[in-house]
Write a protein that binds this ligand. Structure first.
Ligand SMILES: [Zn+2]
Length: 176
């Protein structure tokens, strides 16, 4: 397996998570080749079936990771698609993903900051103050007495750190 820089590896992982491993293989084939490829070239390079390659390419194109060019075959007259990496579009996808992640983290942080939690010492289930009150501070799962959540400060600290990391990351990329 090829070695990639941190940024490229992150991109490949993102594709694997957003689509699947086949799409990652297809994208890697285009990355390694460094020029446009037909679906047949990609089938040869990856060993994947035609239907899988086509499906992967379509999803990758839909999400903006790859782009294509239609070419009419000079003799056979049929249309061939040549695929390549959408280098112009990828930074915007990454940026959008980071912004979405930041929004989610901010919401999580806000919720965490606004709520006092109670936790079951036995099974670790967490309850908001309102829920704990409703259950009379007794875990509805196991009947243990609920305790104030002491790990809250640690979680808040971790969330705040992630949020500021992403904020710095996004403002750094955006201003350049
Ligand atoms: Zn419990």
């Amino acid at each position: 397996m090829a070695e990639y820089s941190g940024e490229v590896e992150k991109l490949l992982l993102m594709i694997e998570r957003l689509v699947d491993q086949d799409a990652r293989k297809v994208f890697e084939a285009l990355l390694e080749e460094g020029k446009e490829l037909s679906e047949y070239d990609i089938m040869d390079k990856t060993g994947l079936r035609g239907s899988v390659v086509r499906r992967s390419l379509n999803i990758l194109a839909e999400k903006g990771f790859v782009t294509y060019r239609r070419v009419k075959h000079p003799e056979k007259g049929r249309i061939i698609f040549y695929w390549s990496i959408n280098y112009d579009g990828i930074p915007a996808i990454i940026e959008a993903r980071k912004r979405a992640a930041l929004e989610k983290l901010r919401a999580l942080l806000q919720k965490e900051e606004e709520n006092t939690y109670y936790v079951c010492p036995l099974d670790g289930t967490r309850y908001t103050f309102e829920e704990a009150l409703e259950y009379e501070f007794t875990c509805p799962r196991c009947g243990s007495m609920l305790e104030p959540d002491e790990d809250r400060e640690i979680r808040l600290e971790i969330l705040r750190r992630y949020v500021s990391m992403l904020e710095a990351d996004i403002s750094g990329a955006g201003s350049g």
